[in-house]
Design a protein around this ligand. Structure first.
Ligand SMILES: [Zn+2]
Length: 141
């Protein structure tokens, strides 16, 4: 189960509390209505270290057999750069930048800080959105 409570501010950056944002998706109470909402909840799953949710929201055609999350990394902030696909489409793309750094207290030689930028593909099947795959995108100049 998730390590954060419903009244904690959601890690995905909407400004909502977890219980009114990604929480219901991650606990299976409802499904993300859009690819962007799924993307946000997947970021939250990284932030709170929930590999099961990442696998469950991954399309079976590209889903890895298992997933090891890097516990030394803290996912700090998500920026949605652009989205495509309207409410009636069953395919969508979401480009994002996910900011990370080492957990506090990490030894100096292991400290990292960076941004993962990706253009992700999503499909909707049976009313549910799934992550398919993504391509790295270059940082802005
Ligand atoms: Zn959220």
């Amino acid at each position: 189960m998730t390590a954060i409570s419903d009244d904690t501010r959601c890690p995905c950056g909407t400004g909502e509390v977890f219980g009114a944002c990604c929480g219901p998706f991650m606990t299976g109470r409802s499904n993300p209505p859009t690819a962007e909402a799924l993307m946000r909840s997947r970021f939250t799953a990284f932030a709170v270290s929930e590999p099961e949710y990442l696998l469950a929201s991954w399309h079976p055609s590209t889903r890895p057999a298992s997933l090891e999350l890097d516990e030394s990394v803290l996912w700090q902030r998500l920026d949605i750069l652009r989205t495509s696909g309207g409410p009636f489409d069953d395919v969508a793309r979401v480009a994002f930048a996910a900011h990370y750094r080492s957990r506090p207290g990490a030894p100096e030689h292991q400290r990292v800080k960076g941004v993962q930028r990706e253009d992700s593909r999503f499909v909707r099947e049976g009313g549910r959105w799934f992550y398919v795959d993504g391509e790295p995108i270059a940082p802005p100049r």
